[in-house]
Design a protein around this ligand. Structure first.
Ligand code: GDP
Ligand code: ZN
Length: 464
């Protein structure tokens, strides 16, 4: 692990922007105590125990110690803190003016405004967590369903890191053996022993990487959600079904900038799978009698979708528009929702199956409130072969960056196996083993570059 370095002292508002019951100004770095003492009046912070929270006031020393807010100040001394540095957290009354004023005082008295994710970056740079764990912090904050939260927490606990480190250790052992080989060329059997060892270990590592990659599809779905298009001709009940989904599921997640209601993205939790609904603008209004989601607009949504929910009105015979949509979605992962089943059935289901492929069909009725449970089961079986429950306690790869590094490492390990098979000398083959070692190290951040770091931590929110 890296040694703790003396970085400058940073500060930010760590709570969400806007008005709330309390808000927290966080300070981290070796000057955190000094800065706090300048602007806090209450107990002697040098004398309070670590990990305590202390009543007092924030004052403006440049203005006769005039009171700014009544606060609780948390004192957390290095090294057992989030960043491994001294941390002060000022719990203010959660008003915008109050919080900004406290932050300004902190900045004026010696701290620098933190960049997005900089506290977590410190935790990484100071060796408390590795890179994949830092990424897990962000995933935990962004988790869109409870299952996604569990997967992120599992990664934050270091389970992925441990699996990666184990593989890297195996590689190091083999490489050390190759060194011995080079140092003692007079020992005849060495080359044979080493290439056998290298082959065994490469095969073990290959199996382990493949096991991790096997979780990647599910993992990515959990983390990023499934782009889902709800299509169907006007009046089949798309809006009604959507509203059902949105109302029945308590865990609707919306990416809301600030505290405003302009929703950027809408997710609905279906059996732990976050469905990211595409193009809901056209289907949200239930009252619109004539809807203008033409086939063209549907075509665009279908193209972007990982999953298509095609709604048919089962109380009317198929129309040309239904047939067009059935055709368009032939190659999509598709669930056909036969809606309005509270009314007499007018569709020939067997005929549709024969003509348009054997996709999952579910009878629904937005009136009778049924069908959503079956929809959940169907979707979870489509994307989680063994059921989502089996993913809870095992290591899962969820992150596109990790997936591509694992893929690269797998390619290198395969090259090693092939090379030994072709009788290449170990000191040639070891080059690929070395590059697998590097790729695996990039996941945990044991090898990293500054550009990658900036990219990663820029995605964080301020104050984390
Ligand atoms: P959309 O145009 O596809 O979004 O369809 P809407 O959700 O706006 O529904 C069109 C009409 O059908 C509305 O009057 C709904 O109340 C009605 N409707 C929707 N689902 C059902 C259903 O399952 N059964 C019955 N009987 N009516 C439904
Ligand atoms: Zn609608």
């Amino acid at each position: 692990p890296l040694m703790t370095t003396d970085y400058d002292t940073i500060a930010a508002i760590s709570t969400a922007p806007g008005v709330g019951g309390i808000s927290i100004v966080r300070i981290s770095g070796s000057d955190a105590m000094k800065i706090a003492k300048k602007i806090y009046r209450g107990k002697d912070l040098d004398k309070v125990a670590t990990d305590t929270i202390n009543y007092g006031h924030i004052v403006d020393p440049a203005n006769d110690d005039s009171r700014v807010d009544e606060v609780m100040v948390s004192v957390m001394r290095a090294p057992k803190t989030y960043t491994k540095e001294d941390i002060i957290e000022i719990n203010c009354h959660g008003g915008i003016q109050v919080t900004n004023k406290v932050l300004q005082l902190v900045l004026r008295n010696g701290a620098r405004m933190a960049e997005p994710g900089e506290f977590t970056k410190r935790a990484f740079l100071n060796g408390r967590i590795d890179l994949s764990q830092s990424e897990a912090v962000m995933d935990l904050i962004d988790a869109k369903t409870d299952e996604a939260r569990k997967a992120a927490l599992n990664q934050l606990d270091g389970n992925l890191s441990a699996a990666i480190r184990k593989m890297r250790q195996k590689i190091v052992d083999v490489l050390a053996n190759v060194e011995v080989n080079i140092d003692y060329p007079e020992y005849d059997g060495a080359e044979v022993v080493t290439s056998k060892l290298m082959l065994d270990k490469a095969q073990e590592i290959k199996a382990e990487i493949e096991k991790l990659l096997a979780t990647a599809q599910q993992g990515k779905v959990l983390r990023d959600g499934l782009n889902t298009a709800i299509v169907g001709r006007p009046n089949v009940g798309k809006s009604s079904l959507l509203n059902r989904l949105l109302h029945e599921e308590k865990a609707i997640v919306t990416d809301v900038p600030g505290t405003t209601r302009d929703v950027l993205d809408e997710y609905v939790n279906v059996a732990g799978v976050p469905l990211h609904l595409i193009d809901t603008a056209g289907i949200r209004e239930t009252e619109d009698k004539v809807e203008k989601i033409g086939v063209d607009r549907s075509r665009a949504a279908i193209k972007k979708a990982d999953l298509v929910l095609l709604v048919l009105n089962s109380s009317e015979p198929l129309t040309d528009e239904d047939r067009q949509l059935l055709d368009l979605t032939r190659d999509s992962k598709r669930v056909i929702l036969l809606n309005k089943t509270d009314l007499p059935m007018k569709l020939d289901i067997e005929k549709i199956k024969a003509e348009y492929g054997n996709s999952d069909m579910i009878k629904t009725s937005a009136m009778a409130e049924n069908g959503t449970k079956t929809l959940e089961d169907t979707i979870s079986q489509m994307f989680f072969t063994k059921g989502i429950a089996s993913t809870q306690n095992s290591v899962m790869v969820t992150n596109a960056r990790h997936i591509s590094l694992l893929q690269q490492a797998l390619d290198s390990v395969q090259t090693v196996i092939d090379g030994i098979g072709a009788g290449l000398p170990v000191d040639i083959v070891q080059i690929d083993l070395q590059s697998a070692w590097d790729d695996l190290g990039a996941i945990t951040g044991d090898s990293y570059d500054d550009e990658l770091m900036d990219q990663l931590f820029d995605q964080f929110c301020i104050g984390k």
